[in-house]
Design a protein. Structure first.
Length: 94
């Protein structure tokens, strides 16, 4: 009798969770991160004129350094190539 428990506060349900997991995995592989590195993925709304309605912000925290990259798409639309492109301009966290 095992049923998956869904977070009622999660926006857009399991698809966003799966997207975040995939993005974190791509970042870890792309940057060859150690297990102690923290990868955070968030989807933010932008209310500034001319800004895309949603963007995906990725933070990599390793030791004293934090590197941020943004993809100007909703999290569910981010592909592995988008992540690589976003980090090509960002500093390496190690």
């Amino acid at each position: 009798m095992s049923e998956a428990v869904l977070n009622p506060l999660a926006r857009n349900g399991p698809s966003v969770i799966n997207s975040a997991r995939a993005i974190k995995s791509w970042v870890r592989k792309l940057l060859a991160l150690s297990d102690d590195a923290i990868v955070s993925v968030s989807e933010l709304a932008c209310h500034v004129p001319g800004c895309p309605p949603k963007e995906t912000v990725i933070l990599v925290m390793q030791g004293p350094e934090t590197v941020q990259a943004s993809v100007h798409k909703p999290m569910k639309e981010v592909a592995e190539d988008d992540v690589a492109h976003a980090f090509s301009a960002a500093s390496s966290p190690h």
